[in-house]
Design a protein around this ligand. Structure first.
Ligand SMILES: [Zn+2]
Ligand SMILES: [Zn+2]
Length: 285
């Protein structure tokens, strides 16, 4: 009971603070106030023993970013929803019909089982991720991590995963940036999950099992085939024994062509992992 009360008062303090110092939208840079509906949903969400109905997935995703984005930019976020590719999770243009395999997955296949994302990689989430990775706003790890956790609980049964691994950075890039964005997104999952969904154990978050041994050129300027060549053999395994027969969830910020997570999955499977799934914040389409 006490943690619920303490959480309630910390939310109340947050609201008082927002009234005096209103937050500024990360994307359009206007000052805004969290809407009354958003505030009510935050209270409902923060009180797991309350009697309100659980918010919809769309609302939960918006709640996660309600303190960073104005209501106008929030409303522009597009979540990934069916119909989508059963394997790589790309949403189809037609909003009719069932999930099925896309042409690329039918033609080439993937080393991972399924890949899913919280949001379509559009103008709004691109800007938010840019602020997080390149402008040092690491406080975004909280709301973005919550967004990712919500997507995880929506797409997976948590009993189907044993271990969560962030896609690693090469040590040189890690030193320059100061953090691995994929790890920051999941670092606080056990506490977040305990508050909202229940205990995440026995799932383990491991950040030093999959490592990056080769510094690769940035993938952004490369095409699909070049990306696969660029990333080939860039990773290595450490403490392989903890991976044997595990069902792994790989975490990254954006899924573009899938070259990076496919290479990670290939290596993990060769190291004895039973299954590799992928979750990202955003999905390029
Ligand atoms: Zn805005
Ligand atoms: Zn596909």
């Amino acid at each position: 009971m006490l943690p619920v009360i303490s959480h309630y008062f910390s939310r109340l303090y947050q609201i008082l603070q927002e009234t005096v110092f209103p937050p500024k939208c990360l994307v359009c840079e206007t000052f805004f106030r969290i809407s009354d509906q958003g505030r009510n949903e935050i209270f409902a969400e923060s009180d797991p023993d309350g009697h309100g109905r659980p918010p919809s997935l769309q609302t939960q995703l918006e709640i996660s970013l309600a303190t960073c984005l104005c209501p106008h930019c929030l409303a522009e976020l597009v979540r990934v929803e069916s119909p989508l590719c059963d394997c790589c999770g790309i949403p189809f243009k037609s909003r009719q019909g069932q999930d099925h395999y896309c042409g690329a997955c039918l033609a080439a296949g993937n080393n991972f089982g399924i890949a899913r994302a919280a949001l379509v990689y559009d103008r709004i989430i691109t800007k938010v991720i840019h602020c997080f990775k390149y402008r040092g706003k690491i406080q975004l790890a909280g709301p973005l991590g919550e967004l990712l956790l919500t997507a995880f609980m929506f797409f997976w049964d948590k009993d189907s995963i044993d271990m969560i691994l962030p896609v690693p950075l090469h040590p040189g890039r890690f030193r320059r940036r100061g953090f691995n964005q994929a790890y920051l997104l999941i670092r606080n999952w056990p506490e977040m999950a305990a508050r909202r969904f229940g205990d995440l154990a026995p799932i383990r978050v491991e950040r030093n099992v999959l490592i990056r041994k080769t510094p690769t050129a940035p993938q952004t300027a490369l095409g699909r085939a070049q990306r696969a060549v660029n990333i080939k053999n860039a990773f290595d395994l450490n403490r392989e024994e903890v991976l044997v027969n595990k069902r792994v969830l790989l975490i990254d910020d954006v899924y573009t062509t899938g070259a990076t997570v496919n290479e990670c999955a290939r290596l993990l499977l060769s190291g004895g992992v039973r299954q590799v799934d992928v979750l990202t914040l955003a999905r390029a389409i």
